[in-house]
Ligand binder design. Sequence first.
Ligand code: ZN
Length: 357
Amino acid sequence: MTLATLVEYAQTSFGVPIPPADEPPDLTLPAPRLPPRPPIPDWLRTRRPEQEAPADRAHPWQIHDTVPPPLPPPNVDAVGADALAFYLPFHFYSDGWGIYIRESGVKYLACVLKDGALIPGDEHYLATAEEILYHHEMWHAAAEVACTRAELLARRSMYREYFRERDAAEHEEALANANAIRQCLRFPDAPMRSQLEHWMRRQGPGYSDYARWSKTPAFARGRNASARFMTRALPKPVPKVAGAPHDFLYRGAASYPSMPVARVLDVESSGASVVRPFPKEFGLQVLVYTRDHDPPHFHIFLPSEGKETRYLWPGLVPYEGDPRLTGSNEKAFRRYWNNHGQGIVAKLETVYQRGVG
Ligand SMILES: [Zn+2]
C-alpha cells in the first residue's frame, strides 16, 4: 500500500485540522510536565518557503569555519530531538505534513556529539546528527502509519485519541529515541554513542526511557505496546502480548521513500551549511552552498553522469582546476542560466555579500 493511499484515507475519513499552535509552554515553571505532545514550534510555524531545502543525501554538509556550539534551543532539555526537528502528522495537517529538520538543530546536536565546537573536517558529526533527528521523527511518522493501518481495518478513528494520550505519547518518544540510536549507531563510534546517550538520558519523561527499548527483541515489544495503546478502544478479544501480535502494523512503516523530509535553513546558522539547490532542468542542476568560500562560485551537477564541476561568478568560466562542461552540456547550461540565472545571482550576492560588479 502506498503512503499516498494511507494519507488520503486518513485525511478524508478522520482528518480534522487542528488550529495552529497553542501557546508555547511556560518555561519558567520548574520541570513542567509537558502536554502530551510538544506543540508545533515557532521556527516551523513561521518558516518562509525560501527557508526550505530538500534533505536528501545528495546535498552534504560543508563546514567553512569553526562552528561554536549554538545556544540551547528552548525546551531542548525536555523534548530533545523534537526541539531540533519535528514531525507534522498527516491526520492534522492536510498541507505541509512530514518531517522537518532545522539547520541550527543539526549543528546543535553535532556539537553535543563532539562535545565541542566543529571545525572543517568534522562533517561526519553533522551527517550523524541529521540522521539521528531524521530517525527520531521518522518514528513518529511510522507510528502514524501503523495507526492508520489499524484505522483502515477497524474503520474508526484511533490516531486522534492515541495522539492525545500522555502514556502513549511518552512511550512513542522512548521508541523514537531508541529508533534513532538503533538506526544511526549501527557502526559503533563509542565516544559519539556515549555522548548521545548522555544527552538522551537527561531528557523528559518518555524520551529518557529509550534504553529500555533499544535492543532488538525489546524494540518489537515496544512497538507492540504502542499498538496496544492505539487499539485500546477496539472490542474484545484483546490478543496476548506474547509474540507481539500487533507488530505487523509497523512492517516497512519507517521506510517509505515518499515520506516528505525538508530542511529548514534558519537564521541562527553560520559556519557550516547545506547546499541551496536550484531546479533540475536540461539534465543539470546548479547548487549554491549557502556559506561557501571565495572566490565566488557555484556548483553544476550533472545527475545522469554523477559529475560535478564549479564555475566562477560572474565570469561563468570553470573554477581553477575544475573541468569545463562539454559542448552539449555547455549549451544546456546556457539555457539553464537563461531560466534561472537571475535567481542564482541573487543567491550568490547574499552568500558573498556583494552586488554585481
Ligand atoms: Zn519526538
